[in-house]
Design a protein around this ligand. Structure first.
Ligand SMILES: Cc1ncc(COP(=O)(O)O)c(C=O)c1O
Length: 382
């Protein structure tokens, strides 16, 4: 005899926020909308296109909200990640990354039937592999030459190497050079505002030099794409980028919240993990039900969020697989500990890998569940 039993959903629209089962990933829909608006308004004011990164959330509903507000398309970091976004009707997707292996090239060539797709290259062999997949599928693709502007990850080191790739791209009728990608990840989380400004200026300088050398050789870069949530306020006025690709700004995790922002472009924490106190037996600490399987801690432990700010009284001090340990900041302040069954909101340290742990984002507005968005690209990292 088979037993069928469906897991009840963690939340349904209309449910009071306090009734959401824990741990759950929750977004404050009003703060989220303000973040979406602010970034779009800043890009519009600078005359720069906004192509938000979907690796931060993997959720088509988030991308559709950004596109409805004016984003020109999205970035994905992986080819498989793009599939649910194409299915959701998004028709302009840049894979802001190099790809390896014929299976990915074939999938990309297939996706190009349904959407305008682009991808990064930094080697002639990648160009040849893409061309072979495109001619088998009978589709076409835009390509970006990625340049390393200081991060020390992917990308060619200089204009001479970029020009070799431009020549290789021109040999294949299925490929069109769209421009350059110049992304500098390691400046995004420099804590000081001036440090980030100077790092972004150096990256823009290196990018500008490559553009000038390419132009001198008769190669025009229609699109120069790059920038993340920590550098966009500088990238927008650099005169170099025609397009920015920030992702985390919609949520602002604790790591981004630890940057200093002295400029006018600021974003709000909108993403939280709803967790509940499951044990108070020890007296000097409480245990919550969100641990390592509910959050990524590569960028630090979560903040406890209380009355619109990080708690001054309580710290989330350690994460086990299924348990989180919360202690009062002052060892003798036991009265600050919440009672059994009470709920807490945590701001995760790093949003991208945290979202990859959940099936859905529960949207709340004024204390009530307003939406449940599937994280359809969860786990799609091929
Ligand atoms: C190529 C690229 N573009 C944009 C981003 C977006 O960055 P963030 O989510 O920090 O805004 C990333 C993040 O790692 C990235 O790798």
């Amino acid at each position: 005899m088979s037993i069928t039993f469906d897991l009840p959903p963690a939340a349904r629209p209309g449910l009071p926020a306090d009734a959401i089962d824990t741990p759950s990933l929750v977004v404050d829909l009003d703060a989220f909308a303000r973040n979406v608006d602010r970034m779009q308004a800043a890009a519009d004011a600078a005359g720069v296109k906004l192509r938000p990164h979907a690796k931060a959330h993997k959720c088509p509903d988030v991308s559709l909200a950004q596109i409805a507000r004016g984003a020109v398309g999205i970035c994905c970091q992986k080819v498989s990640e793009a599939v649910p976004f194409v299915r959701a009707g998004i028709r302009d997707i840049h894979i802001s990354n190099e790809i390896a292996g014929p299976a990915k090239a074939a999938l990309l060539a297939e996706l190009a039937r349904h959407a305008r797709m682009s991808v990064c290259v930094d080697d002639v062999a990648q160009i040849d592999a893409l061309a072979a997949a495109l001619s088998a599928a009978g589709t076409t693709l835009d390509v970006f030459v990625e340049i390393d502007v200081g991060q020390g990850r992917c990308g060619v080191p200089d204009a001479a190497a970029a020009l070799k790739l431009v020549d290789a791209i021109a040999k294949h009728p299925g490929l069109t050079l769209r421009g350059l990608q110049a992304y500098h990840g390691s400046i995004q989380h420099l804590r000081g505002w001036a440090e980030r400004r100077d790092g972004a200026a150096r990256a823009a300088d290196r990018t500008g030099n490559v553009i000038a050398r390419l132009e001198a050789a008769g190669v025009r870069c229609d699109v120069v794409t790059g920038g993340g949530s920590g550098s966009v306020e500088f990238d927008l006025t650099s005169g170099v980028y025609t397009e920015i690709q920030p992702g985390s700004y919609v949520f602002m995790d604790a790591d981004y919240g630890s940057n200093a922002y002295t400029g006018s472009l600021r974003f709000e924490h909108s993403l939280f993990i709803a967790t509940a106190v499951m044990s108070v037996a020890a007296g000097d600490r409480v245990i919550v039900d969100a641990g390592l399987k509910s959050m990524a801690v590569d960028s630090g432990l979560p903040w406890i969020w209380a009355d619109g700010a990080p708690s001054a009284a309580l710290d989330y001090v350690s994460a086990n697989d299924e348990h989180g340990i919360v202690k009062p900041r002052q060892a003798d302040a036991r009265q600050a500990l919440p009672p059994l069954g009470s709920r807490m909101m945590l701001v995760p340290g790093h949003c991208d890998p945290t979202l990859n742990l959940y099936d859905e984002i529960v949207g709340i507005r004024k204390g009530v569940v307003g939406s449940v968005w599937p994280i359809s690209a969860r786990g799609l990292s091929r």
